[in-house]
Design a protein around this ligand. Sequence first.
Ligand code: DOR
Ligand code: ZN
Length: 348
Amino acid sequence: MQQLTIRRPDDWHLHLRDEVVMQAVLPHSSSWCGRAIIMPNLVPPVTTPEMADKYRQRILAALPEGHNFTPLMVLYLTEATTPAEVRKGASDGIVTAVKLYPAGATTNSDSGVRDIEKVMPVLEEMAEIGLPLLVHGEVTDSDIDIFDREAVFIERVLAPLRKRLPELRIVFEHITTRQAAEFVLAGDDNLGATITPHHLLINRNAILAGGIKPHYYCLPVAKRESHRLALLEAVLADTKKVFLGTDSAPHLDPAKLQPCGCAGIFNAPNTLACLAQLFEAHDALDRLENFTSVYGPEFYRLPVNSDTITLIRHDTAQPAIAPVVTEEGPVTVFDPQIEIFWSIADNC
Ligand code: DOR
Ligand code: ZN
């Protein structure tokens, strides 16, 4: 049996939902991560600092005893968001970042941004106060192939925005393509990216080969193998520009297993075990901690967590994780399609 102790990780992109689903999924994150950037795409979306503060309090109230977890709240950017409320939300310590969803790009994004010009005053304010913009980087035009939407977003939206407002601190969320990895690595310190465990482990065959597999469907959708390899290369390069954002996005199984199933992969319960397995396979366990626990806080200008977590490598493959049961139904956990020998030590 082998052990690996690392600084406690954080999750820089997490969907916790609300009410009974939050109650069921929250412990699967708060048991291992110290902080998480909480996505605001609830119904209705978290569009004001007051809503963010109330949501934060609901999360804290749902935390299990003994879990030391800090939710970092994010404002959902709409064309009606004002620079003044963003400034106030940040200076009151409620808002850690603002999320740009192009309208129609993903789950509950209808209130998102249609015309970037309309949000420029808010973005200018954010650039001035150093508040990060988190970007769901996909165009939504129906004439753009879904597998190209991220790459086209770089050309049409992100690159021009970076030119226009280079001081704006941007996290390109859940990148899925070689183009995105190259763009981020070539950028300056005001640009970072989160990468999910699933985009490091699966390609689009997982969704479509041998039958349609809704539990592997998320947005941005997994791309071909060469893109997965580019993401992996970026992570293994041990650069501070990329850090862990699980994009753990639980949906009840019946909402995924239907003719128009929801996008989202629920990976919070096995994120660290999967990553340890992957890094081990690339002889890179010494680089895991930077990705999970160091480069994220660095980008967000926060201290790293002071405590640690221990991972155990067992001699035998660990059983698949059963669906998490909520009062409203089960939520299937990400199956990485490889044997996993790692788990988190019980006392962490
Ligand atoms: O797959 C996804 N699920 N991608 C997103 O951008 C949103 C998320 C969700 O909220 O379900
Ligand atoms: Zn997300």
